[in-house]
Every structure is written in C-alpha cells, then in structure tokens.
Design a protein around this ligand. Structure first.
Ligand code: ES4
Ligand code: ZN
Length: 322
C-alpha cells in the first residue's frame, strides 16, 4: 500500500468545479450551446489565470440546468472521488449556479443532490455534506439570498455556509450580514481568503466574518502575527496545493507553504478545489505531497484527523466516517 491508497477526507471542492469536461461537453452538445472556448484541444478546461478561470467556470456551469442534471453531476463526481479513496467530502453548492431561482426551486435542487448523495453513500461508501456558497463577485446583495436559502435548509445535509469567487472584488466585511444570518441558523462558516488576496484578506475573514475555517489561507505564511493568530484560534485551512500551483501562486509542490504552515502549528487539511480544472484528484494530491515533502502514513493520518475535527457535519456522521 502507498499513501495514495489511504482513506481521505476532503473539505474543499466546488460542486460544479468537480464536473468532468466530457460531462459538460455533452450537455453543451445536447443544448446546442457553443462552449468551444471553454475547452482545450485535448479535452481539458482552458484558462489563462484566476479571473479567466472564474469566467470559464461560469460558462461551463451555465449548461447545468435543473435538479436532474445536478443529480447526475453529483453521482458522477462522487463516484470519481470514492474511486480516489475519499470517504467524506464537503462541497460548495451555490444557489446562484443552481438555477438562481426562488426558495422552492432551491429546495428541489438540494433534494436532487441529496438523493444522489445518499445513493453514492450506499454504493460507494462516500458521505457528502453541503456548504452553501455565496459567490463574492456577484456581490453582497446576492450573498444575503444565498445565506437565507442556506438558513432555510440548514440541517443534516446543509451544514455550512461559505464564500468563493474573486477575492479582488468587495471586502470580506461587506458580506457580514450573510455570514451572521447563516451563523444564527446554526451553520458553520468558511470563506476563501489568502489565495489571491494577501494576509490582509485572512485577517478580514477572522475579524469581520468570524469563520472557523479558511478556504486556502496559504498566503498567511507572509505574516508571522497572522500565523500566531491562526494557531491560537485553531483555525483550519482548506489547502488545495495542486490548484495553487496551476493558478500560479507557487511554481511547484516543493515551493508550496503547506509544510511550513504545518510546522508552525497551523491546522492544515488537503483538498482538490476543482479537480478536472486543475488536472488533479485527491490521490494525486497525496502522491505529490509525499514526493515533495516525504510525507508518510502518519503525516496523512494527522491531516485526516484535522479534517475530521474541522468537518462541519454532526458528531454522529463523524463517528460513521472515522
Ligand atoms: C471559486 Cl466561485 C468559485 N468556484 C470554483 N472555484 C473557485 N475558487 C475560488 N472561487
Ligand atoms: Zn475554492
């Protein structure tokens, strides 16, 4: 057995971002939508930088319409994740990408996703929980609606609220209403910070949104005081090394700060973000980390313990997954 065969927990994967390109291509073909600019000649997703990535992501997501297609999407990527050894995963699900309709429509999308997840759990032994997500560049107004929908559907499946999108737009604090509304509904919180925004963005996430986890957060390495704060508050980072390398934050795995963050005492976990976009899988992330830092079974066991502790699901679910 190699470390890549270990059971894995994944806390940071975007639901639409997990769609295999062939799946999106097929939907585009059926709907006669020209998505040629979205794909590379060899069938991958084509983008030049982060902002371009977001626009390609939105174009690809635009052909995903209706609860039934989200159910098919869910089945497809959960089967793939399970084949990579993932036993528990939390995905970001955005009302804005799920049709952008009213609360009733949102409930239908969620029900379809949950049903597909339950079937995948029976078939492949993988458990999915949802983190309802605002998209930062869609603005604070839409985030209030996303968190209202999250609050209305909070429960066994919807366990958290988060925010992704372009860190260059607005400030974390502009979304405080949405995060407060989600917190009051009992949801756990995470936001993307310290990926394309620097350490300041992570400080804002802690001070203005009071989140328990940070999506990425890797640029915290630039600020020793912030590192101390993350350690003291036991904030968990959802680190996605392969995503960071493809998007040009670091030249390769060996130059990635995940090892330094860990050595400083920060709680780090490992995820893929948008696996087909970044030509990765959880298996590959493990292989690359083992190669870059010499991590062995005990290192990955610690990473998985951290992920289990930081998972947003209830204790009963944790006991099943552990
Ligand atoms: C993201 Cl909104 C969104 N979707 C997928 N991946 C992302 N990374 C940052 N924001
Ligand atoms: Zn992300």
């Amino acid at each position: 057995m190699t470390v890549a065969d270990l059971p894995k927990l994944e806390l940071h994967i975007h639901h639409e971002g997990a769609a295999p390109p062939a799946f999106i291509k097929q939907l585009a073909h059926e709907k006669k939508v020209d998505l040629s600019r979205v794909f590379t000649p060899d069938g991958g997703y084509a983008f030049e930088n982060f902002v371009h990535f977001l626009s390609v992501y939105e174009a690809a997501s635009s052909v995903l319409t209706g609860p039934e297609e989200f159910a098919r999407l869910t089945s497809a990527w959960l089967e793939e994740s399970a084949a990579n050894g993932v036993v528990y995963t939390e995905s970001f699900i955005s009302p804005d990408f799920c049709g952008g309709g009213d609360l009733g429509a949102w409930r239908e999308y969620l029900a379809a996703i949950e049903e597909a997840a339950a079937a995948a759990e029976r078939k492949h032994g993988i458990t999915l929980r949802g983190v309802v997500t605002a998209v930062r560049h869609f603005g604070p107004q839409k985030s209030k609606r996303a968190s209202l929908y999250a609050a209305e559907t909070a429960g066994r499946f919807v366990v958290g609220f988060g925010m992704g999108g372009d860190e260059g737009q607005f400030a974390q604090g502009d979304f405080a209403y949405a995060f407060d509304q989600a917190r009051e509904a009992g949801l756990k919180l995470t936001t993307h910070a310290g990926e394309f925004g620097g350490a300041e963005s992570v400080w804002d996430a802690l001070n203005d949104l009071n989140v328990a986890r940070i999506g990425h957060g890797v640029r915290a390495i630039e600020d020793p005081d912030l590192i101390k704060e993350l350690v003291a508050r036991q904030i968990t980072l959802e680190v996605c090394p392969g995503s960071n390398v493809v998007l040009g934050l670091f030249p390769d795995f060996a130059a990635h700060p995940i090892q330094a963050l860990r050595e400083a005492g920060v709680q780090v976990t490992v995820s893929t973000d948008d696996p087909p976009f970044f030509h990765t899988t959880m298996r590959r992330e493990y292989e690359m980390l083992a190669q870059a830092f010499g991590w062995g079974v005990e290192d990955f066991a610690e990473i998985n313990q951290t992920a289990l502790r930081a998972a947003f699901c209830d204790e009963e679910t944790k006991a099943v997954v552990a």
